[in-house]
Design a protein around this ligand. Structure first.
Ligand code: ADP
Length: 161
């Protein structure tokens, strides 16, 4: 049984994240999407909200589960018996940081692989921070957020700004 972990902030989860989830779920027996709690990154959505949104959009995938964690990624991966983490790559700007992180994680836990999945071209420009910024100026975020949660995310962001 091959398990892979997809970590991130998901503040909030976007269609770009969902695309990575869908494509990764087809390659592995089991995929765990984990909301990493990073005190250095001030999130708009609570961890519970972020987990709940991801659960709602992945309800139809039998091999996907959602979790949260507030420690080191490699410790989480070990505890789940997973063999790899997957990261989405949008542009060269993602690469430098992700590459550094992948090498650090390899050092910490040599049995774990980091896999990079390129973004689908239509989501190349999409990030959670872009969605938050757009909402703060009253823009329509619905093209960028999975349909099942778009209204709730928009309402919630409108309250936050
Ligand atoms: P962001 O705020 O940049 O969306 P996250 O921490 O939520 O960041 O991202 C989690 C993972 O998803 C990272 O590996 C990131 O590169 C990837 N990701 C985010 N947006 C996209 C996208 N539009 N296409 C592909 N991968 C993405």
């Amino acid at each position: 049984m091959k398990t892979v972990v997809y970590p991130g902030s998901f503040d909030p989860v976007t269609k770009g994240h969902l695309d990575i989830i869908e494509r990764t779920a087809q390659l592995f027996d089991k995929l765990i999407v984990v909301v990493l709690i990073n005190p250095a990154k001030k999130a708009i959505f609570s961890v519970e909200e972020r987990v709940e949104y991801i659960r709602r959009i992945t309800g139809d995938f039998v091999n996907v589960s959602v979790d949260c964690y507030d420690g080191l990624l490699v410790d989480y991966v070990k505890s789940k018996g997973a063999s790899a983490v997957v990261k989405g790559l949008r542009a060269m700007s993602d690469f430098e940081n992700e590459f550094q992180m992948a090498l650090t994680n390899k050092h910490l836990y040599p049995d774990m692989e980091t896999l990079f999945l390129n973004t689908s071209s239509e989501y190349m420009f999409l990030s959670s921070s872009m969605v938050r910024q757009l909402a703060s100026f009253g823009g329509d975020i619905s093209p960028f957020i999975p349909e099942e949660i778009a209204e709730d995310v928009a309402t919630r962001l409108a309250k936050a700004t």
